[in-house]
Design a protein around this ligand. Sequence first.
Ligand SMILES: [Zn+2]
Ligand SMILES: [Zn+2]
Length: 165
Amino acid sequence: MTLDLRRIFATDNSVLDIDGSLDMSDVDIYYGFPLKKPVKYHGTVSNSSSMVNLNLQIDFEVCAPCDRCGVLASECHSVTIDKSLAASLQRQESDTIIVVPDMRLEVDELVYSEVILNLPTKHLCKEDCKGLCQKCGKNLNEGKCGCDSSEPDPRFEKLRELLNN
Ligand SMILES: [Zn+2]
Ligand SMILES: [Zn+2]
């Protein structure tokens, strides 16, 4: 979606609603195609006292195997963008300003890069996922497996031998 913002820049107290979605299902990152559902975004571009601001909320769902237990899990995430738009940059570069030289905003490009930047580096089925048993591979969220999780320490083995004699 390309927004033509010439009217907004020219008109004080004008507002333009943004509402759309973006297919990012072909994004193959970390754990293979996690954005199965379309990314949704909504917000406004508004001119108040000749300051043009962009407010945008982006909602996306990561659907991928849990980092610990490998079970497929979905989690929703939101990113909020709150920036000024300017036709040219008066002062130094600023990350609170998006420059739109021809007063057009490529919303899809913006949404795409914000989602990529904000993809979680950690994806768990639940915060306290117990993961898999290192020995038998059982999913420990479903219960204990009966493996002895305490590795014998060779220093204590000697002690145990002495105590047993
Ligand atoms: Zn898990
Ligand atoms: Zn086990």
